[in-house]
Write a protein that binds this ligand. Sequence first.
Ligand SMILES: Cc1ncc(COP(=O)(O)O)c(C=O)c1O
Length: 473
Amino acid sequence: MSRTVMMADNSMKRYEQVIHYLMVRIEAGEWVEQEKLPSVRSLSELLGVHRLTVFKAYQELKQRGIVYVRDKSGYYVSPAKPLSDTDQGDDPSVSAWLHWDTLDRVQSLEAEYQFSKSLIDPALLPNRYWGELMRDLLDQYPRLLGTYSTIQGDLELRTSLASHLTAKERFYLSSDEVLITSGAQQAIDVISRALVKPGDRVLIERPTYGPAMEIFRKQGARLVFTDIHPEGYDLEQIEHLMKTEKPRLFYMTPTFQNPTGISISVEQRKQLPELAEQYGCFLVEDDSTYDIYFKEKPPAPIFTYDTSGHTLYIRSYSKYVVPGLRIAAIMCRSHLMAGLQAIKALTDNGSPLLNQKLFLRYFQSDRMHQHLSKLRTALQLRMEVMEQCLLETDWTWTRPEGGLNIWADLPEGIDTGRLLHQSMEHSIAFVPGTVFDPSHASGSRKLRLSFSYAREQQIREGMDRLITLAARS
Ligand SMILES: Cc1ncc(COP(=O)(O)O)c(C=O)c1O
């Protein structure tokens, strides 16, 4: 088995690794519906595992409806169809491969040179000021800790968000069209559970935010990919996929995309809602780093161009405003809100009120806007330091105009999964491309380097060592 596949989780059983190997390739379109899959014998030789291991993996995939058997001929990719109730995600063999190669596993690696965490260095955040706000808040509302929030979220916060976004970014929202969640991650999960049923197609960018793929897979969706390029999407391809695959939704991060940093043009932002309306496909616009721009403010979100109510907009203030509070929101037109609220109720009956009220005080203060402005400058400096280091290499990348990451492409022959193994011996962490790009052929030469967590000196030292290691491998 390729060493990258083996790397991500050595605690994982071998047949689960084989399942993962097959799944990512089926989703990436290497084998299409009704196509014959490799025989048990050839796959066992290719991956260096016992034939019984491959057999077991195929049996599991057969049970899940992903493959089927033709007598005496072998295993084939099943046509997409709704899975039966018994095929759904509670089966441990289904969820087991989800833990493979995931962002959280890579991000949990402890390292001195930390380029895997796309989080803000806590030293760049106004921790002391938040402590003061917290004390004032509890003085003002002594019963705050004894109270639940409503499921949809604190009305005062929803009103404030709706009016801020309407005044500053032309959202034209009311408080009824906002649902507060605990982070963007929960927002994706709530949307997925509210809108996607097993067997549905979900259109998704490639590369994309890895955990989103896992959330939709866990819901039983079949992923359909569309590549994102420095110029944005291929809208003709998207239209074709909407027509032929009829995806339930298109999950996208069109502003400072994670991991590539790409933002799409105003033109594409206008056209996407039209396509969504024409083909009855929801757009899930995940905007987790909208305020982290280095030069110009990015174009208005797709949501603001949508006149038919097909866009669900996720805005997270968790990453760069107050990470510990995990405040994010889903904004959508009211016909979708009841379904989302029902799922949010099942999830946690509403996000903690203390977090919402504290965030609100900060959101309404001038301090937040001053903080954002300083943060943009500090992050731009770190990005430039990292870029300076990369100028010494023959790697390729597109300079991000915002966000927290650089997405780099290494020369032929370097496998970034293997490189991570080596770099961890030198306490340098980054995320290998396959976490975001399931097609092994292109993902394995790429890596995501976050410049937001390590300090400038650490960036210089760590990058220097990483580049030396890559040159030797
Ligand atoms: C595109 C994207 N969506 C969602 C999330 C999760 O964000 P949160 O911390 O708000 O849950 C992240 C975090 O990296 C992200 O990059």
